[in-house]
Design a protein around this ligand. Sequence first.
Ligand code: HEC
Ligand code: HEC
Length: 472
Amino acid sequence: MRYNRFLPLSCVAAIAIAGAAGAADPWSENAVSRHIDQRDYTGPLDAARLGELIDAGEALFIAKYTTGDGAGRPLATQAIIPTKRKRPVEQAFQRMQGMDANACSSCHNDPVTGGAGDFSVNVFVSEGFGNADFDSVDPQFSNERNTNHLMGAGLVELLAREMSADLQNQRNQAIRTAKSDGVEQSVRLVSKGVDFGVLTIHPDGIVDLTGLDGIDTDLVIRPFSQKGVMTSLRQFTINALNDHHGMQADERFGARWTGEADFDGDGHDREITAGDVSALVAWQASRPPPVTRAPENADWRALAGEGRARFDEFGCAECHRPALPLESLAFSDPGPLDAAGTLRLGEGGEGAVYDLAVLDWAKTLPRDDEGRVLVPLFGDLKRHKIADRQVAALGNELLAQRFVERDIFMTSELWGIASTAPYGHRGDLTTLNEVILAHGGEARDSRDRYANANEDDRRALIAFLKTMEIPE
Ligand code: HEC
Ligand code: HEC
């Protein structure tokens, strides 16, 4: 059994939930025995309250949702914006347009709950409205994506928020100066050492966006999905609940926005409360980050050390930044950038604030001279062109997602890479060597340096990558 090692924690959570609500009836086949009331978890949460929310979130992440809970969406598609089906779906479960799984942990499970998934649990991503109904794996209808892991996801979201705020401040400052001085301003947008191109601002306030690089025009870093187009864990969670499980969150599909309490027509309303989403977010945001483990074998250890140096020399670290500095571990949910269709502060949604620093793993993270946490993600949270004419495998997709070019993807965070085969956004590359050789476009020079290196250097690089793991 895959989840045995989680039994103690999830049992505690289940008992706590049942205990609070009165034990579930023994014949109940619902996977969710109690919904979380958002009002119980607003404002600053101390470690104990956060612990409760995390436990409730774990129970919801591993729950195999049933029709009793509201699983299924006979009259709604998986589109992100609430969209009706023209006619009821013929089969409730279907691997292409979903529902395609019973639990979040059906896919995010390798090597631990919250981890990655192999090729068998790929998802056919199509957020369109017209083309959300499809019963084919033909790539003209959807983009096939492999399951990535959620370890350290709270740190990733916090980094993205700080970077977005930095870049927006730089833009706003330049707009003010252009207006007050009456002179055109060019500003190079750089946050945490990552360069997002140039903005030019005319004295009349018009902003020229053509020089932007690897980011959306609103200067919001969207660190989630391999495409780099999803803003927050909250947003992603609501999408995933609907897409994979037909569990519709009130805050998007409820009567306030759709005029119907049971938008998906399955006979259930209030399938997922704002508090339930908050619990799922807290569980994901509190996942410990992957680690780099020094191999016990001395030869391997030496080789991995060599490989770390090659990683820099080959230019891998230009995109896969070994660490990005994070000012604060305070996590607010909903966050400052939560999108429309997601609970937002000031829209009747009161949020929770908690400090990830209270979690045991946070105490082990290195800090720089200024006290900032160094998040060892081996990524830059930036999108890059990753295919060209000669090296084209990663340019396989036929549909642009959210108007990001088809051959552009966000730099994968390499932390945990030893534990998350297969590789590439479609998960169709079985070895690290193959996925490195598949880097084209902006990564072509770096890839060529690897390809042209001698075998010892290439082996050393792989040995290094294999030290970055998700502890079991
Ligand atoms: C059928 C498999 C499957 C199920 C079930 C599933 N996921 Fe995922 N998940 C994926 C895939 C595939 C991706 C990558 C999507 C992409 O890159 O476009 C992903 C990505 C994510 C991400 C973004 C991670 C990142 O760093 O980019 C989050 C967050 C997430 N899932 C949360 C959830 C939650 C919460 C649930 C349950 C409500 C869930 N997932 C259920 C397959 C699944
Ligand atoms: C120009 C930026 C850039 C450079 C330079 C670069 N990469 Fe990448 N890397 C990416 C992007 C973008 C992806 C995501 C590709 C995809 O799946 O579409 C990626 C993916 C990967 C993956 C697969 C991750 C996974 O989970 O499947 C590995 C491994 C990797 N890179 C290693 C390297 C190594 C080693 C080097 C140096 C030889 C390197 N990269 C250089 C941008 C870069």
